[in-house]
Design a protein around this ligand. Structure first.
Ligand SMILES: [Zn+2]
Length: 54
């Protein structure tokens, strides 16, 4: 497993690179469309995902 990962932006579908230090509930901005996003974890699988925080 790599420390550096990326998640798909729910707004523009591009890859958003993560620093590897994000925690659940952190806000970040898409590097492509500048949308505010929230870093969340799937309750069942613990998989991280990004949610549109507009
Ligand atoms: Zn985006």
């Amino acid at each position: 497993m790599s420390d550096i990962e990326s998640l798909v932006c729910p707004v523009c579908d591009c890859d958003v690179l993560l620093g590897g230090y994000e925690k659940k509930g952190d806000e970040l901005f898409c590097t492509e469309c500048d949308s505010p996003l929230k870093y969340l974890l799937n309750k069942k699988t613990d998989e991280p995902y990004l949610k549109d925080d507009n």
